[in-house]
Design a protein around this ligand. Structure first.
Ligand code: AMP
Length: 302
């Protein structure tokens, strides 16, 4: 079933064109490609916020046209309840993109149904990301990165973007996409974008829409903790810092720590004792607020 807003296949909204099939998107893209103009790509799962918009703006600054995909990808959800509850706000998403004044006429939105991407069944390819998939999120979200790799590879093959934009908020995902592109020799440049935050410090996330008032008030603690970690890194040991982080969430009525790690940005291997020379480290955290799972990260090198 197509959402009513897309029943016409494609349509133009305040100069921004929306497509629900690659068959219709491709000729529109080719108008740019045939002139030698570059295509930037921003994959999203919708429920857009300013973090997503910052990616679209960067893409528009660096490319003649930008494809923003809006697709809640079923294969990357390890939890059926999370998939079902994931916010879907297509009308608001399109309004936000149409509001990007000055660039909205260069944005092509691709909001497909699953059948357009998974013609041969909603299943994941199995990837070997050289172990990146086994760290952190990989330990807690079985099959998640196979689902991410599957959908992103299909998007890349269908859309053939010159540049693709990914947020550092999902830093492990970013490294995994870079790995996939390198291993499979895909002709696309991966560009990373900084974490966009609320004034409170809370990393913007589509899942924030599911937080109640108490959870929303409590959640900025996550970034407060990360900033203190950055201060203490190099002064205290990784073990001391991890123990301190655990204590910050103990007895918190709203937030439950799932994991905290300090890891090598390239290998994502956890820092055990001695820091390695010429290595950039980063802190990673996952916290539950009720059944809403929030992740965040901070560079410990910059
Ligand atoms: P999602 O819709 O959550 O799949 O995210 C789509 C893209 O937006 C991914 O590359 C995310 O890393 C990126 N993104 C999500 N939240 C933020 C944020 N707060 N700041 C920057 N990028 C973000």
């Amino acid at each position: 079933m197509h959402p009513p807003i897309l029943q016409m296949g494609f349509f133009t909204l305040l100069f921004m064109t929306v497509f629900d099939t690659i068959r219709e998107l491709k000729p529109a893209l080719n108008l740019y490609k045939d002139k030698g103009q570059s295509v930037g790509f921003v994959p999203t799962m919708g429920a857009l916020h300013k973090g997503h918009l910052s990616l679209a703006e960067k893409a528009a600054a660096e490319n003649e046209t930008v494809v923003v995909s809006i697709f809640v990808n079923p294969t990357q959800f390890n939890n059926a309840d999370d998939l079902e509850k994931y916010p879907r706000t297509l009308k608001e998403d399109l309004d936000l993109l149409a509001g990007l004044k000055g660039i909205e006429n260069r944005i092509l939105v691709y909001a497909p149904q699953a059948a357009d991407i998974y013609q041969d069944g909603v299943v994941s390819e199995n990837f070997d990301f050289d172990g990146l998939e086994n760290e952190m999120e990989g330990k807690f979200r079985n099959g998640h990165f196979d689902g991410v790799g599957t959908v992103v590879k299909r998007f890349f093959t269908m859309i053939e973007p010159d540049n693709a934009y990914f947020g550092e908020k999902d830093f492990q995902q970013l490294q995994i996409i870079k790995k996939m592109v390198a291993k499979e020799n895909l002709p696309v440049k991966i560009i990373s974008c900084p974490v966009y935050r609320e004034a409170s410090g809370l990393a913007m996330s589509s899942r924030n829409k599911r937080l109640n008032k108490n959870q929303l008030d409590a959640a900025p603690l996550i970034y407060t903790v990360l900033k203190q970690v950055k201060n203490d890194f190099g002064v205290k040991s990784a073990a001391e810092i991890s123990a301190w982080v655990s204590r910050q969430f103990e007895n918190n009525p709203e937030l439950v720590l799932e994991y905290f790690e300090i890891a090598d940005e390239e290998t994502l291997k956890s820092l055990q004792t001695e820091k390695l020379p010429n290595t950039d480290y980063r802190a990673f955290i996952a916290v539950f607020a009720g059944d809403v799972r929030l992740i965040d990260t901070i560079s410990l090198s910059e």
